[in-house]
Write a new protein. Structure first.
Lengths: 354, 445
């Protein structure tokens, strides 16, 4: 049988259903996809709602789902700026009427939220369905996505609190998106055909024109911006970010890092890598709080407590809340016991990178 | 040792100053064992500029034979996968503190300040992930083609790697490269200001070959959606014209080996001239369609805010740009005299045709040498001689491409696009040199 590849066999089986591919040149390569396979992966939703699954969900159900799956990172009202920029805020009832977010024109909002920018409601449906929650993407059913989206739209006052969003009325919602008229494709940076020829944009015409002047191009040189003093050492010691030989050296902008004792260094670095791999760093910084406390804060809190290690191992495994605030840590049961032990020991020893 | 003055324009310390009093005494006594110790701390010693002039009898680096000349070295395959010298460890990918909030949706910048030529070592290729990276099992990876095609199809890595392959050198630049600098200087070095560009040789199959096999409807299907297999399942719309040109590759190879996991192992899209976000990593699906998709990263991000409050959507081309990588921000010139100003230039519209360099902040310019190869939609290395007289200077480079487009100044760019666009900042970069030899990041209109 060795002359017959598995793909070839699959092809013979599946081939009955579909017209043959243009295999003439590349015989034995690739096979037709089954309907179920295409359905499993083809989840995209376009602005014209091609690809939108049937379903519905209301704002109340959305609140419930949001609080369980989304609020820890995005805030209860989608306002949080801790893990990512805010989703909700900065839009007005007037924007909903005009389809242009005024704060983008006046620059009055300190930050651009998702609702201020997004022109198409399909984008939100598509993205939440494919990518959120961040640590468990593709776990929501279409009805869940409708409900969560209804809640987000309600926070932006785009739909009322008793709204049931569905595949049937989502087109009406599109007509209320605050920035639906806020995009332009009149530019020269689309690498395909121009709008006039069925593509996008002006066909590649640049918007800025410079000439290669060589002599006496201007009278004087005005420096309009320089690195502020406080930012000089914000990126660490630049001397250590440059080669120790050559025509230049890096400037000393901080204390040289301590020379490392080798064995210990790699063990700590490996544990940090483990914390990254197991997703702990999505919620914990070494020095700073993200959703959960910073590791250094944890080490400080439990300093000198002999039973801390066992207690924390159990807590990480089973999850829990209340020690640091109302936000729960989900159970980390997907992490092997010995890895949890290693991580907790490392945290209590100061969570060193090296 | 730590206090040695590394500023230029002054007499270098005599070689004795490399040694402690104790070591000098040891030399006088004729004892050599300190040399072994000196070898152990070699990396520390190398932080001090080497001495050009011999003092006394001569340079100890010549007079005293070093251990590598007088002992047996390590055997072959001591490092089965070779790593750079330990003296090179300063050159690493680094994050810019405060730029992002979580490492899974962040950027690690390439240390351009220490790189030569046009190829980025794979381990230093910049990273940008939206939902972390995975090391995908290649035997379980699939590429699906669907949409406006005669046959929806599935390919394994075995299938794809059996097809005729091409290898091509191209740059990949994130659309947000230099984005922190739109309004003002924000970062100290070229790693952070320009380090979201890399250039590699990619090996793979033109996507057109695969779409041909599946019987793509090229009449109706003028847009293609590329989708990743990671958590974010990154999606981007690509124009069919680019695919028909044969330039867009479904690539598995990078610089002679497989792609690195951080760069999409085992399969990524290569879209020459177009911003990095479209080079979808862990590529799992290509859909042919008749309209663009307005995905999250083409409707909420990677949209350029203009002064009138409108966002430009589907901006994809990386326009002509260049930057001097040495001397550059955060570096020190060791002394007056000759320097080789070196940098990189690129254009998403084709080949770089010239690069001009100014040392007086843009009043006068000289044409730099373009080193070979000069390839379309690839990084081109440029070099130019410079004798530094010890006086203040402002170094700039300005590239032009085969369409006649000339890289703009900050003044020209801001006049049209304001300062809040985030994306596609290709302005001329300025590095200020002061008498002490310190080089720093400044902006000149």
């Amino acid at each position: 049988m060795s002359r017959f590849s598995k793909t070839l066999i699959a092809l013979l089986v599946a081939g009955a259903a579909t017209s043959a591919m243009a295999f003439d040149r590349y015989q034995g390569i690739g096979r037709p996809a089954t309907t179920a396979e295409v359905k499993a992966w083809d989840i995209d939703v376009r602005p014209d709602f091609v690809g939108l699954p049937k379903g519905s969900g209301n704002v109340d159900r959305g609140i419930e789902l949001w609080e369980t799956h989304c609020a820890s990172c995005h805030g209860v009202f989608g306002e949080s700026n801790e893990v990512f920029t805010p989703i909700v805020g900065g839009t007005t009832l007037k924007d909903i009427e005009t389809g242009r977010v005024e704060a983008l024109v006046t620059g009055s909002s300190p930050q651009r939220t998702t609702l201020m920018k997004v022109p198409t409601v399909s984008t939100l449906f598509d993205y939440i369905q494919r990518a959120m929650p961040w640590t468990a993407p593709k776990s929501l059913s279409p009805d869940d996505v409708y409900a969560i989206l209804a809640y987000l739209l309600n926070l932006g006052e785009i739909v009322p609190a008793d709204y049931v969003l569905s595949d049937e009325n989502i087109r009406e919602v599109q007509e209320r998106m605050p920035n639906r008229n806020g995009m332009t494709t009149d530019h020269g940076m689309w690498p395909g055909a121009s709008a006039a020829k069925g593509g996008i944009g002006n066909g590649g015409k640049p918007d800025v024109k410079n000439v290669a002047c060589m002599k006496d191009c201007k009278k004087e040189v005005e420096i309009v911006s320089a690195l502020p003093d406080y930012a000089q050492d914000a990126h660490g010691n630049l001397a250590e970010q440059n080669r120790p030989v050559g025509q230049t050296r890096g400037k000393q902008t901080g204390a040289p890092s301590e020379p490392a004792g080798d064995g210990k260094q790699s063990a700590a670095a490996a544990t940090l890598a483990l914390a990254n791999e197991k997703g702990c760093m999505a919620c914990h910084g070494v020095a700073n709080k993200i959703i959960g406390p910073g590791y250094n804060e944890i080490a400080q809190k439990y300093q000198g407590q002999a039973d801390a290690e066992a207690k924390l191992i159990a807590k990480v495994k089973n999850g829990g809340q209340g020690t640091w605030g109302a936000i729960p840590m989900p159970p980390q049961g997907h992490v092997a016991d010995e890895d949890i032990k290693r991580l907790v020991e490392w945290i209590l020893e100061g969570a060193k990178a090296q | 040792m730590a206090n040695i003055d590394t500023r230029p324009g002054r007499v270098r310390p005599a070689p004795e100053n490399f040694l402690t009093d104790e070591q000098i005494a040891a030399v006088k006594d004729g004892r050599r064992d300190f040399l072994r110790k000196a070898f152990v701390t070699a990396s520390a010693a190398m932080a001090v500029p080497a001495v050009a002039r011999a003092a006394g009898e001569g340079d100890p680096a010549i007079l005293n034979l070093p251990p590598w000349s007088t002992s047996l070295g390590q055997p072959v395959a001591a490092n089965p996968y070779g790593m750079p010298s330990k003296y090179e460890r300063g050159l690493q990918r680094r994050e810019s503190p405060g730029l992002t909030r979580v490492g899974g949706s962040s950027v690690a910048f390439t240390p351009l300040q220490g790189l030569f030529g046009i190829i980025t070592p794979s381990g230093l290729h910049f990273e940008r992930h939206h939902q972390g990276w995975h090391d995908v099992d290649p035997s379980k990876h699939r590429l699906m083609i669907n949409g406006l095609v005669k046959t929806n199809a599935v390919f394994t890595m075995d299938d794809i790697m059996r097809l005729p392959s091409v290898s091509r050198i191209h740059f990949i630049e994130c659309g947000a490269n230099t984005g922190m600098e739109w309004g003002n200087v924000a970062v100290p070095t070229v790693q952070y200001s320009h380090g979201m560009i890399s250039c590699s040789e990619f090996t793979g199959v033109p996507l057109k070959e695969i779409l041909d096999m599946c019987g793509a409807d090229y009449k109706k299907g003028r847009f293609v959606l590329a989708e990743g297999a990671d958590g974010s399942s990154m999606t981007r719309t690509i124009p069919m014209e680019l695919i028909e040109s044969g330039e867009v590759l479904v690539a598995y190879g990078m610089n002679g080996e497989m792609l690195r996991p951080e760069n999409g192992y085992p399969l990524r899209l290569v879209v020459p001239g177009v911003q990095g976000v479209s080079w979808v990593k862990w590529l799992r699906r290509i859909e042919v369609g008749d309209k663009p998709w307005a995905t999250k990263d083409e409707a909420v991000h990677y949209v350029d805010l203009m002064p009138d409050g409108l966002h430009r959507q589907y901006t994809s081309i990386q326009e002509c740009k260049s930057v001097i990588t040495t001397p550059s921000g955060g570096q020190l010139l060791l002394d007056k005299g000759f320097y080789n100003i070196s940098g990189m230039a690129w254009s998403g519209r084709g080949k770089v045709t010239r690069v001009d360099v100014s040392t007086d902040g843009g009043i006068n310019w000289r044409q730099a040498r373009l080193e070979t190869p000069v390839l379309s939609k690839a990084v081109t290395r440029f070099n130019i001689d410079w004798v530094w007289d010890g006086k203040p200077a402002i170094l700039q480079s300005r590239a032009a491409d085969e369409t006649g487009y000339v890289q703009p100044s900050y003044g020209q760019l801001r006049k049209v696009r304001g300062t809040k666009s985030i994306y596609h900042n290709n302005a001329i970069q300025s590095w200020k040199v002061v008498e002490s030899g310190e080089v720093s990041n400044v902006q000149v209109l």
